[in-house]
Write a protein that binds this ligand. Structure first.
Ligand code: SF4
Length: 364
């Protein structure tokens, strides 16, 4: 198949669904790690067409959702410092921090710009030499190489007013933390496609080896997800656990070595705070010593004040896969996409947003 429309063909989907129903005998719970997969699953009603034996649960793979309020408060505090321009991807603007949001401080006069790439942020720095431009480095392994590239370009061009607030997160360590917590029992993991395009499939092998959980890397179209579920069921029924790739058009086992080198040249692993999960060792990225002059946390006096969580919001539990948006008493009432109370309702990849827009049934 070569075109996206071919990954949505109903007759192929029907064939796969029948195969899944024939094959699945053992009750199994699968987690889709990635928010992009959550959206596909809800948008195309995939949960509803699976057999009763298969329980699906959403995981913590939405980078905006997992950004801790304490980190978001740092970004908001930075935006209040005179002569700083904050640059960020659009979804971040509406996420409520402890007392405000980037959208609110922008309305109050702070300079907050939405950009589509790190190179746009660098251009703003070039065009505003009398200001300091901070890019909010929020994302997984997918975005970190592009941010590394922007820093190397700043070095090359001698741009001295560009900074990064590095709030990056690494995916394999959070899966390990989730499994070690024992809070959620899984029989299979749908591994993220975009992240795996960078890191490859090897970094997931510990899940199959150490925890005996089958893993399949999936793409983002409905047929990708169905194929992935079918492959997971085959492993479950055969009593196997290994890592497979159902997204060969995007992922190689060794990943994208060039992107990995770029990331490793500029960043090194560090502890990171995850919403709902606390600090997880080596699950974040900080700038290596050679590039520390670009580190916004070191360059500016940031005073974020005390952190608090939105009252009644259970995003943390949802991100750990122990509750669903339907368990939140604010869902669809006080909390809707136009008036989000927590990040899972803001982000286009957030579980609450996906449930709200496409949910219909809240089973599982
Ligand atoms: Fe938080 Fe809103 Fe989701 Fe409830 S519905 S968990 S308040 S984002």
């Amino acid at each position: 198949m070569r075109f996206i429309s071919e990954f949505r063909r109903s007759e192929l989907a029907e064939g796969l669904i029948s195969q899944i129903h024939r094959k699945s005998r053992t009750p199994a719970r699968f987690m889709e790690f990635c928010g992009g997969h959550t959206v596909t699953i809800f948008r195309y009603g995939i949960r509803q067409v699976l057999p009763q034996t298969i329980d699906m649960v959403s995981g913590p793979g939405c980078p905006i959702c997992v950004t801790a309020n304490a980190d978001l408060d740092k970004a908001i505090a930075l935006s209040r410092i005179p002569d700083i321009i904050i640059t960020t991807f659009g979804d971040m603007l509406k996420v409520p921090g402890s007392r405000s949001s980037l959208q609110q401080v922008k309305a109050d006069g702070a300079e907050v710009h939405t950009v589509y790439s790190t190179m746009d942020a660098l251009k703003i720095a070039e065009d505003n030499p009398d200001k300091s431009v901070v890019f909010l480095g929020i994302g997984f392994e997918t975005t970190a190489p592009t941010i590394a590239a922007s820093i190397l370009q700043a070095v090359e061009k001698g741009i001295g007013n560009y900074y990064v607030l590095s709030l990056h997160k690494l995916c394999p360590p959070v899966i390990r933390a989730l499994l070690d917590s024992g809070e959620v029992k899984l029989d299979g993991l749908i591994c993220p496609g975009h992240v795996s395009a960078i890191i490859g499939s090897h970094p997931w092998e510990f899940i199959a080896r150490d925890y005996g959980i089958p893993c399949v890397v999936s793409g983002f179209e409905p047929l990708d997800i169905l194929q992935c579920v079918d492959m997971l069921i085959a492993q479950v029924e055969n009593g196997e656990s290994r890592v497979e790739i159902a997204y060969r058009r995007g992922v190689r086992p060794e990943g994208n070595q060039q992107a990995m080198r770029l990331m490793e040249q500029v960043f090194e692993p560090s502890p990171a705070q995850w919403r709902g999960m606390g600090e997880i060792p080596d699950s974040g990225l900080k700038l290596r010593e050679k590039y520390q002059r670009f580190d916004a946390e070191l360059a500016f006096d940031i005073e974020p004040g005390p952190t608090s969580e939105p009252v009644g919001c259970i995003c943390g539990d949802i991100l750990r896969g122990v509750r669903t948006p339907a368990d939140c008493r604010l869902f669809g009432k006080a909390c809707i996409p136009e008036n989000p109370i927590g990040p899972c309702m803001v982000s286009s990849e957030g579980s609450c947003s996906a449930y709200y827009l496409y949910g219909g049934s809240f089973e599982g």
